[in-house]
Design a protein around this ligand. Structure first.
Ligand code: ATP
Ligand code: MG
Length: 160
């Protein structure tokens, strides 16, 4: 499946999608999260992390730009790194912080505001677009690589 769209009527639907994604992601995956302020990018990431067994808080890494987590996927430990590049001033900041080295084909990298990381941000396997629509959100997922395709093929949402 190359492309997938769903309506998320309330926050619990966003959380359910995050949990579904947790069962579909694999090591090395790069996911871009697009959407306006308050669209639900952090809410989705938080739900994904929770479903991977992370029990602590998940805050938006607004000032640190990145926050690493260690999670279990299918019984194996994986680093999941959550970025929020909204406040990144320049591409040099991304390079100087060593973020490029995080995209090593093993870590799962989830990036809010990827637009701010151009042109130094590595390309995504999956793009998630969240749009405010009425009281809820519309979500579109696009697979952009063979790994991204596998991820969307594994995705079962709504769960059933
Ligand atoms: N499907 C939904 N329907 C309605 N409200 C939702 C839905 N999903 C999430 N929300 C709400 O939308 C808000 C999303 O906030 P969140 O911090 O996740 O946005 P964000 O996209 O990360 O914004 P930012 O760009 O500022 O980081 C929260 O208040 C959450 O409760
Ligand atoms: Mg956010």
């Amino acid at each position: 499946m190359q492309h997938f769209t769903a309506y998320l009527p309330d926050e619990s639907a966003t959380l359910a999608l995050g949990a579904a994604l947790a069962r579909a992601v694999a090591p090395g995956l790069v996911i871009y999260l697009h959407g306006d302020l308050g669209a639900g990018k952090t809410a989705l990431t938080r739900a994904l992390l929770r479903a991977c067994g992370h029990q602590g808080t998940v805050k938006s890494p607004t000032y640190t730009l990145s926050e690493p987590y260690r999670v279990q996927l299918a019984g194996a430990p994986v680093n999941l790194i959550h970025y929020d590049l909204y406040r990144m001033a320049s591409p040099e900041e991304f390079l100087d912080a060593g973020f490029r080295e995080d995209f090593d084909g093993k870590n799962i990298c989830i990036v809010e505001w990827p637009e701010k990381g151009e042109p130094v941000l590595p390309p995504p396997d999956v793009r998630v677009l969240l749009t405010v629509s009425g009281a809820g959100r519309t979500v579109e997922l696009q697979a952009l690589s063979p790994q991204g395709l596998l991820c969307l093929d594994r995705l079962s949402f709504p769960a059933g």
